[in-house]
Ligand binder design. Structure first.
Ligand code: XMP
Length: 514
């Protein structure tokens, strides 16, 4: 496949740079994000059809304010400066940027002054945009006109149509800018003349090529966690290097019903990789004996996971590279956005790549958001039931058993969780609840079943709706369905005589019980 035509996004340290890249992908265009300080020759090598200069936290007036090589402005390709990128563009082109009288933060009503052609073609006369700035363009460079304004920002967007250089003071990449998507689409398709036919299949092709370049004829080891990300990474690597990929799946014994079987099935049949399936549940249970404190459980599980993985990797003998399914939110969470390797902690494998002396780390999903990873997974042929799995904590059902763990208690959460999942799946609520599961509360109480007295466990149902999992609302499951689910759980899961419904939002509660 030929190298796809791209837009280069020069990153000035904005929070939102990868979001810009994502929006560009949504417009069907391929982008390359480069640090602002990239050598001009390296920018040229990408043969960009357009350039986007991102925002950034710096003050445009500071003597050490970040600047890109000014030759980019004479490359003859269209340029869109966003926030700091607009201020820099104005300054370099002979205009002036400086402090504004009134800073603007948040949703601001914008009036578009030129809507017939160019960047703002087809926009409403007024719409809300998202502003976050202390500085702005005060005087336009020669050849530029103002094409939008707000109450406090007379030059909210600027254009030099003949040179195809544009700037916007607001952030078109965030959803709070109502027509931001249209602005980016105009820039990419009307101004840069992209067709917009870039898609996940193209992403897969390109990533496959990059993996081949990185790995050469070497071998790769990948730890499958049972989750979506590592599965998609494995499918991609399989496409790139086939049997030179070995996957190790450490089953800690705390997976949901049917999940381990599905992982093994998919990665032996659909993607016939070399798969080492290690059932290490005995070791995990043994090491967790008597442990009731949730953080301690997590630590032991993390440590055992690394131990088992390391043992298996050593048994396998030398593999050249190590792969993992790090995705963009993981990179952000770890505060590492500037290139060096991030090893996802927890159910992945800590400092292992370094310890085991791998030549390099392969992270083909590093720039993707979760929903893009899911799309890619479907493109690669992974089943929907795997790709659309609910989020699941690394230590699995172990933290959904409150108190000491036993195989029997894990059975209770697994069986009750399966009933809940099956019932939601065939109800109207399918796809409408962000996360739902059962918890073994640890409380036991008296009940009657038939004519017998019982003294058995209470299981709680947790079901939430949320966008980002940072806050969550309680899902509104109708009582009739809850009654039905409770009846099935008490009737079918041995050891349970009571079912509760958790009606606490997050905060103050968390989503998981631990
Ligand atoms: P909490 O309980 O903190 O959970 O409200 C927020 C979201 O994170 C998931 N979660 C985890 N995900 N590894 C993960 O990959 C973990 O150790 C972990 N612990 C919690 C949880 O299921 C919820 O979606």
């Amino acid at each position: 496949m030929d190298k796809p035509q791209c837009v280069v996004i020069l990153d000035f340290g904005a929070q939102y740079t990868q979001l810009i890249a994502r929006r560009v992908r949504e417009c069907g265009v391929y982008s390359v994000v480069l640090p602002y300080s990239t050598d001009f020759e390296d920018i040229q090598k990408e043969e960009p059809r357009g350039l986007i200069l991102s925002g950034g936290p710096s003050c445009i007036l500071a003597t050490d304010a970040p600047r890109c090589d000014e030759r980019v402005f004479s490359m003859g390709v269209p340029i869109l400066g966003i926030c700091y990128g607009m201020q820099l563009t104005a300054q370099v082109q002979g205009g002036q940027a400086g402090a504004c009288d009134l800073r603007e933060y948040g949703r601001v009503l914008m009036t578009v002054d030129q809507r017939d052609t160019g960047l703002m073609a087809g926009l409403d006369e007024q719409s809300y945009c998202w502003m976050s700035h202390t500085y702005q363009v005060l005087r336009l460079p020669k050849g530029f006109t103002s094409i939008a304004h707000t109450d406090n920002c007379p030059i909210a967007a600027m254009a030099n149509e003949s040179r195809r250089i544009y700037g916007v003071q607001f952030h078109p990449e965030v959803t709070h800018t109502e027509q931001g998507r249209l602005i980016l689409d105009n820039f990419l398709k009307r101004i840069c003349d992209f067709k917009g036919d870039w898609n996940m299949e193209a992403y897969a092709e390109m990533t496959v090529r990059k993996i081949r370049e990185q790995v050469g004829d070497g071998t790769v080891l990948l730890g499958l966690s049972g989750g979506v990300d590592s599965a998609v990474a494995a499918a991609l690597l399989y496409r790139a290097i086939g049997e030179r990929l070995t996957c190790v799946y450490v089953d800690h014994g705390f997976m949901r019903s049917g999940e381990s079987d599905q992982v093994v099935e998919v990665f032996t049949k659909t993607f016939p990789v070399q798969l080492i399936h290690v059932d290490a549940s005995e070791q995990f249970f043994a090491d967790l004996q008597g442990i009731t404190e949730p953080e301690e459980k997590r630590k032991i599980i993390g440590r055992d996971f690394v131990d088992v993985f390391k043992r298996e990797a050593t048994k396998l003998g030398k593999r050249d590279h190590f792969a993992q399914g790090t995705i963009y939110p993981d990179v952000i969470e770890s505060g590492n956005t500037k290139g060096s390797a991030v090893i996802k902690s927890h159910h992945n494998v800590g400092g292992l790549p370094v310890e085991l002396g791998f030549a390099s780390l392969v992270e083909p999903l590093r720039m993707l958001f979760k929903d893009e990873v899911r799309k890619l997974g479907l493109t690669l042929g992974l089943p929907e039931s795997l790709v659309y799995r609910q989020p699941f904590p690394g230590p699995g059902l172990a933290i959904r058993v409150i108190g000491e763990l036993t195989p029997d208690k894990v059975r209770i959460v697994r069986e009750s969780d399966k009933i809940l999942r099956d019932e939601i799946a065939c109800s109207d609520l399918n796809g409408k609840i962000s996360q739902y599961f059962t918890v073994l509360t640890g409380a036991r109480s008296v009940g009657v079943m038939g004519d017998e007295r019982t003294y058995a466990y209470a299981v709680a149902i947790r079901a939430v709706t949320t966008d980002d999992f940072m806050t969550a609302d309680v899902a509104q499951i109708p009582y009739s369905l809850l009654n039905h689910i409770a009846g099935r759980i008490v009737g079918e899961v041995k050891g349970v005589n009571r079912v509760l419904y958790d009606i606490t939002t997050k905060p103050p509660a968390s989503i998981e019980w631990e």
